[in-house]
Write a protein that binds this ligand. Sequence first.
Ligand code: DAH
Length: 337
Amino acid sequence: MATLDDIAPLRDQALAAVDAADTLDALEAARVAHVGRKSPLAEILSGIGRLEPAERGPVGKTANEARKAVEAALTARKDALEADAMGAALAADDTDITLPGDPHPAGAVHLLTQVRWELEDIFLAMGYRIADGPEVEDEYHNFTALNVAEGHPARSPSDTFYVRGRDGVALRPQTSPVQIRAMEEARPPLYVISPGVVYRRDDVDATHSPMFHQLEGLAVDEGLSLAHLKGTLVHVARELLGDDVEYALRPHFFPFTEPSVELYVRWVDKRGRSLWLELLGAGMVDPDVFGFVGYDAERYTGFAFGMGLDRIAMVRHGLPDLRLLLEGDVRFLEQFA
Ligand code: DAH
């Protein structure tokens, strides 16, 4: 029979074994041997009922204290061995966890979007709203209702991308069809702009791309004249390029406006050369176009304009090549972030 005096040596052996264990496996073996179910200490605890009643209390208390001391030592030793294992793994790994991580670069708004937003702000401030229209458009809205004659070169498949098997349906070559859709949906007075992508069968070079961006505008009201058109365009040119921008309106021809004009601005390029650049096309809406949408051409007049956003970005930033805007090279784009 175990006596009170057996317990202290058992405890000390157990603590020594825990102390000596230098791996987690060795520690587990020490736990099984010294406080496991078949260990001497466990046997003492389970045999307490068979002791003299007077011994039960002191033996139980001392054995329990011994077991607790050993278990505490086991836990402490386990933590220490695990920490050592982690330290060793870290030491073996030459990753420097104190270095800062790879920064996540923040994105930025594309230059063309910046130009579009700027123009939208200019027009919204004048009371225009933004209208939208499809990029895949039917022949009626692309050409017919814009007064583009049968046989006009713009209708030719060598100028415009037609959708195979869909009679007359094409990628819109200009944003002007949105004018027709806006007038079909609303009655005057009407002040709308419509920015968007357009497509033409051009070969890619420094100033041409088969896909580019325009911003269309349309105003229809009672009493609008060429003076209102000019005032609007000059205001926009000044907002975009500065109050002292030199400009000229030159006569031109568009099927959907009469008279038609182009707005030119004087621009000094990066090499100091002074150039006249066409910024946009415009004109007074042709009464024939009003006929297609059922507007009373006796009562209402209107003006319209269309500008190239890519061209405006190039002029403003002195870009040598249109392709820079579309290639997505971050080294180019981040200069305008
Ligand atoms: N759609 C013309 C183009 O792509 C630009 C234009 C000219 C739009 C005159 C208009 C306009 O609305 O009235 O060249």
